[in-house]
Write a protein that binds this ligand. Structure first.
Ligand code: NI
Length: 170
């Protein structure tokens, strides 16, 4: 059983590898990621967050309630963006920490599904934010890379305190 890795683990800062083989193992990993995401609970999870440095991420803003809202993105790219939005963001690799992050309001994404078939997806608002956050993970970019140094240092201090207390184990 895989577990969520938290900030401090170097896998979160690495560029993930492109998926070339679309096999049963990949499908199993996507299903396991979905289970882990739901039990966390969260609205998205990227493969590097469970120790697999490959370009796959899932987003499900229904947190498992509505199968139509599960999006599995393999080798995704953001092709177009429009507007901007500011909002509170969390990350399963930063338990109990949120921060305000600026993101595009609308995005157009190209990705592949579990069979390797390419597709396009448009999203706006919170869903667009979730896609941007997860696709960032695949590039080794975290929400703390999208905020001011001052805010980033505050979060790092919080984490360091918890590492000392033994409640944060990268
Ligand atoms: Ni995250």
């Amino acid at each position: 059983m895989r577990e969520i890795v938290v900030f401090g683990d170097p896998i979160l800062n690495r560029v993930a590898e492109k998926v070339e083989v679309f096999d049963e193992e990949l499908t199993r990993l996507a299903a396991e990621m979905h289970r882990i995401m739901i039990s966390a609970p969260g609205v998205g999870l990227a493969a590097p967050q469970v120790g697999a440095a490959i370009q796959m991420a899932i987003v499900d803003v229904s947190v498992g309630e509505d199968p139509d809202q599960l999006h599995i993105l393999i080798n995704p790219t953001i092709c177009e963006t429009e507007g901007s939005q500011k909002g509170e963001e969390g990350c399963l690799s930063f338990p109990d920490i949120t921060t305000v992050v600026e993101r595009p309001y609308r995005v157009l994404i190209q990705a592949q599904d579990l069979a390797g078939n390419p597709f396009e997806l448009q999203a706006e608002g919170f869903l667009a934010r979730a896609f941007c956050h997860e696709i960032d993970h695949l590039k080794g970019v975290l929400m703390t890379d999208r905020i001011s140094r001052l805010k980033r240092d505050l979060i790092k201090k919080k984490v360091q305190k918890r590492v000392k207390a033994g409640t944060w184990q990268p």
